[in-house]
Write a protein that binds this ligand. Structure first.
Ligand code: B12
Length: 192
């Protein structure tokens, strides 16, 4: 897989390799897993390959010097949820679009999103959740932001396979994005 990434490196834009190559492959593995054709070890191997692929391309994704001017975004996967492949792609794409991105990882406690946002003076928080059971964590962060009196100053963008526009409306998020390209477009809409 890394050989394929190396081969594609010189010919395609790194964001295209990530979205149309690596993410597509991961989605296929997910579908086959759901149909019972592949098992957890296969998914884990694919996830490792995907992470290594994104890592190998990271240096090619330009880091913008304009970042702080376009907006500061704290991005993470909510508490109880270890899925971080899609979230990492979103972070990389936002960064390449020119935002200053602070990726705070996965299984992130509610409070840590707020603390990091304060620390870096964030304009937006991105919340990823890949399981129906962890979606609630997105609402918890929004509720705590309101409690801390920070809700008016910080936009919230949610994503992850079980998230929807209807869920975003229900919990009062500012936007929902289905994939990384849409996340970039919506962040631009809200922050620039
Ligand atoms: C890979 C994977 C894993 C890997 C994760 C590795 C990693 N480092 O992330 C491993 C093997 C560790 C794993 C573990 C588990 N998994 Co899993 N996993 C998957 C799988 C197959 C693919 C997810 C993925 O990476 N997709 C590829 C990426 C590129 O897509 P994506 O994540 O959707 O991200 C895109 C968009 O959603 C969006 N996006 C994502 N985040 C964000 C954030 C923002 C702000 C925005 C705007 C957009 C956005 O943009 C991304 C890029 O386009 C899914 C199945 C699926 N079809 O989703 C199951 C799935 C999510 N897992 C599932 C489960 C149940 C588990 C486990 C509980 C399994 C177990 N029994 O132990 C554990 C979870 C433990 C925990 N506490 O979290 C279930 C969840 C079911 C549910 N209730 O909703 C799924 C749906 C599989 C299934 N059908 O059963 N898993």
């Amino acid at each position: 897989m890394l050989a394929a990434v190396e081969k594609a490196k010189g010919q395609l834009d790194p964001t295209v390799i990530i979205e149309s190559g690596l993410a597509e492959g991961m989605n296929k593995v997910g579908t086959l897993f759901e149909r019972g054709k592949l098992f957890l070890p296969h998914v884990m191997m694919a996830a490792d390959a995907m992470t290594a692929g994104v890592e190998a391309l990271k240096d090619l994704v330009p880091e913008s010097k304009e970042g702080a001017k376009m907006g500061v975004i704290v991005n993470g996967t909510v508490e109880g949820d270890v899925h971080d492949i899609g979230k990492a792609i979103v972070s990389t794409m936002l960064q390449s679009a020119g935002f200053e991105v602070h990726d705070i990882g996965r299984d992130v406690p509610v409070r840590n999103f707020i603390d990091k946002a304060k620390e870096v003076n964030a304009n937006m928080i991105g919340l990823s959740a890949l399981m129906t059971t962890t979606l609630q964590g997105q609402k918890d962060v929004i509720d705590l932001l309101a409690e801390e009196g920070m809700r008016d100053n910080i936009k919230v963008m949610i994503g992850g396979a079980p998230a929807t526009q209807a869920w975003a409306d229900k919990i009062g998020a500012d936007c929902y994005a289905e994939n990384a390209s849409e996340a970039v477009a919506k962040a631009k809409e809200l922050l620039i």
